[in-house]
Design a protein around this ligand. Structure first.
Ligand SMILES: Cc1cc2nc3c(=O)[nH]c(=O)nc-3n(C[C@H](O)[C@H](O)[C@H](O)COP(=O)(O)O)c2cc1C
Length: 197
């Protein structure tokens, strides 16, 4: 009975979400983006300190400026970035207001994970970016020095559909001759241990 219930649980959002780096130039509503942040607000937080704040960017000109501070897909050579016709149409910037907790970066990870999966449930693709020019973002968005600029989540409706494959020797993603991104993932049996290592 329990096994029956477990097999009915829909994990497809978690299994099929991939980082998206090519986007349709269709607007994503502010309401949808706010829902992502509202869910992140309720994500687990060490000592419940809730040290994070968020900035949503949808303004086209500001999006253009934020784009210049981002670095994409380091494994792809030569250096790759979305073309102007496939850039993200929105961003959520994650800020750390209170660094008291030694685990604040884990709070960031839960928040980012929540945002990308909530966006995915609403059909919106995303990519977490940590390789970013933080001081440029601070200046563009007038972020006070007292807050840490942690990461950027790029968002938009998907204009690509990456596929996963079994990782063998390399975990490096690559684009095939059709431009499809292949993302190697380690096998369950290679990472899971039951009761003992
Ligand atoms: C903490 C973190 C930082 C990341 N930083 C970048 C980044 O700066 N640029 C980028 O293009 N992708 C970035 N990514 C996306 C990863 O490359 C991506 O998650 C990984 O290749 C696995 O692909 P998947 O998300 O489709 O499963 C980051 C992901 C995480 C979790």
């Amino acid at each position: 009975m329990v096994i029956g219930v477990i097999s009915m649980i829909d994990t497809s959002i978690f299994m099929s979400r991939r980082s998206i780096r090519r986007f349709q130039q269709k607007r994503v509503s502010l309401n949808l983006l706010k829902k992502c942040v509202d869910a992140a607000r309720l994500a687990p937080s060490a000592a419940n300190l809730q040290p994070l704040e968020f900035i949503i960017v949808t303004n086209k000109m500001v999006c253009g400026r934020v784009f210049e501070a981002l670095h994409w897909a380091a494994y792809l050579k030569p250096e790759w970035r979305p073309m102007i016709s496939e850039r993200p149409v929105a961003y959520i910037i994650i800020l750390v207001k209170d660094k008291t907790s030694p685990w604040y970066l884990r709070d960031v990870s839960f928040a980012a994970g929540t945002i990308v999966h909530i966006a995915e449930t609403m059909g919106v693709g995303s990519c977490i970016l940590c390789k970013i020019d933080k001081e440029i973002i601070r200046e563009i968005l007038s972020i006070p020095q007292s807050l840490l600029v942690d990461s950027v989540i790029a968002l938009g409706y998907k204009a690509e559909h990456p596929v996963i494959e079994e990782a063998s020797s390399s975990v490096e993603y690559y684009r095939d001759s059709n431009g499809v991104l292949h993302v190697p993932k380690r096998k369950l049996e290679d990472i899971l241990h039951i009761n003992t290592y």
